[in-house]
Ligand binder design. Sequence first.
Ligand SMILES: [Zn+2]
Length: 378
Amino acid sequence: MRTANRLVAIFLLFACCGSAGERKAKNVILFLGDAAGTSTLHAASVQEYGDSNRLFLYRMPNIALSDTSSASDWVTDSAAGMTAIVTGEKTNNGVVSQSDSAVRGKKDGEPLKTLLEYAEERALSTGVVSNSPITDATPAACYAHVNDRKMTGEIFRQALNPRFGDGVDVMIGPGRQAILTATRALGMNLETEIPAKGFYFGETLDQVPADARRAIVLLGPGEVDLGAATELAIRILAKNPKGFFLMVESDLHTDNLSRGLSRTVAFDRIIESTAATASKDTLILFTADHSFDIRVGGSTRKGLPLVTQDANGKPVPAKSVMINGHHSAEQVLVAAQGPGASRVRGVIANTDIFHIILSAYRWKPEPAHTPPQITSGN
Ligand SMILES: [Zn+2]
């Protein structure tokens, strides 16, 4: 009895007081800067604006720092990093939304229920948008459960064969040829299977019909217009009066410094314009799955830019920028506005982001997965 009362009290605390006076979120847009650690954000701000604190992200009303470790390592990859954010459970590197009993490439773990699946179960509309292939680890962790992020065909197969609702409604991102090839190897024909599930299926953003409610756009090579893709996804998903969940990823690895920094600035502007135009009942949250080892050292404020040019006019890092080329372990920024954003504060775990989003919707967390059966005589 005492335990039950205590549980009720804890639940009430969780449900009400953490976001006192805040309305319920109808929609959530999760902006995921892949590898966008604080050093990357700083460098992007300096490169673009000549000042360290100019990004829109820094002006969002709620800010926190999040740990990024996985179950197996201090330094996570995108698969385990995104699994933590969208399922509330840490798993092993390389594993996509399965429990940490999974062994990468060898053994399945239990499927972990994702934020996108919670939304599908409640008949909201859902989407994933990325400038990385739409079967890459970050978007995949929203809708698929596999023991190895490299299982492109199986990841896409699961998007069309969902565990909850009618599955992800909008997918926009590159990887068209690789996905067609990988799914063909599984005996699938996307040209017939995708339209049969009620999707518009295309390869450019501008051909999606205005009345589409479900769309899969598999883009070819070339830089993705992530701003246009985000606007298109929101336009489709917002037709659902019950609300939506959308994840937008930008690959912000700075091993290509010039591209990484310009994409970071562009992503910040997309978040700013989305925040300016989104309905008041939309939670907008930015975070990174992990940091990246880029350091600015030794340059004066009025010195060289961070990106300069070699003799052939090719952009190269200035001498003052050290790029180690690896993911790194330190905490990353979380920034948010809208209903539920007040819980974004302090130093949190990556798994807390799942609970922050779930409670913004006012949904209760379920046990992440069924524990393995204990057999007799153990
Ligand atoms: Zn990543």
